[in-house]
Design a protein around this ligand. Sequence first.
Ligand SMILES: C[S@@+](CC[C@H](N)C(=O)[O-])C[C@H]1O[C@@H](n2cnc3c(N)ncnc32)[C@H](O)[C@@H]1O
Length: 400
Amino acid sequence: MIDPSARCPEWLVDRIIDGGGSISFYSYMNLVLNDPENGFYSTGRLNIGRDGDFCTSPSLGIDFARLLAIQVVDWLFDLEKSGIESELLSLVEIGPGEGTLSRDLIVAIAEIAPALIGKIELVLVELNVGMRERQEKVVNNLEGTNYRWSNIEDLISRPVTGVVIANEVLDAFPVERLVFTENKVFRQGVSLKKINDENFLEFVDLSPTSAIMKFLKDSSSLLNIEFPPKDICNRWVTEWHCDVPSWFRNLSKAVINGSLLVVDYAMESKRYYNAMRKDGTLISYSNQEANPNILKDAGLCDLTAHLCIESTINYALKNGWKFMGETRQGQALLALGLSSFLYSLQNTKSNDLSAALNQRESLLRLVDPMGLGEFRWLAFQKETSNNLILRNRFLEDPIS
Ligand SMILES: C[S@@+](CC[C@H](N)C(=O)[O-])C[C@H]1O[C@@H](n2cnc3c(N)ncnc32)[C@H](O)[C@@H]1O
């Protein structure tokens, strides 16, 4: 049945026709987000924040950056102490969105460890021109800080030592959708259906590629999971983050020594590849509304898919990274001192009450187990010298 909200914009009709009448879901997701002229990100149409399409942790105020900066500063000092020769330490943000986290991290580092500011550079790695233009407006006010934009290829040719942050980026990487039905596996595709002279989008089942078959075989043995799981209904759909392995590989070439923090929607393989999860994890977002209809308003919405935790760690290990640890955002922020931020609000003067209440609400949202608090923080280390010891304060027990 065709959904009336799945109207296909003209530019996408052309792409699908050029693709022979159908394209893979992977290509569809890549086009609607990253097509240089029409994609949701590349046009800079995405608007992150309370009045935008959705909130991310940094969009709720500077406190997220202030807490994360405690960990970032530890890592930068550890790198400095380890005797590694490096002109400047780099703070690299991948997929900076509005640029808020990059800016606020520099502000927070200047508060916590002012001596570091002259020794670091901020490097923003953004794929999409429209988002870069938004970032320039936010980051260009940072006086006294070295900052630049780079792409991953340039970083590989001039690798850095430092800290890399990727907050809510990997969930936006295009995924392959895999469909299991009648004892067969298919690669999900997207094609056109014409009704009354109007083009609508619909799903089609395509032959799986050899890469998909390899993913299923490798994942079955790695995760000890059957594909599809037992007792699925007559159609079971899941996702494969096929670009994540090469992302880790490229990043490991771009970093000589340092840490990488991935913060994202993620869940364990047993929950991910579960018979009950029959439509996978993909969701579309716009105007603060989550929608399971992922063909709706193509190019005008964000699309996001959860990461599988074990697969992500495995991709990192195979591509040059050591795993340091993983926890939920709620735990991580408590370990970094979120409760002391809440406590200090008690001393707020009465005329600042409204600001204090807003700040309290934001802090609670960051750790809410039904929301951002459930995000996962996965930390990795890249080590070319053998004596790099990085302290992971965010993994410590918040109670102790
Ligand atoms: C959901 S936004 C994340 C925003 C930001 N990190 C935050 O927390 O507010 C995704 C961002 O990643 C960018 N992006 C998507 N794929 C990318 C890639 N392969 N490399 C770099 N940036 C990418 C998008 O253009 C967008 O700026």
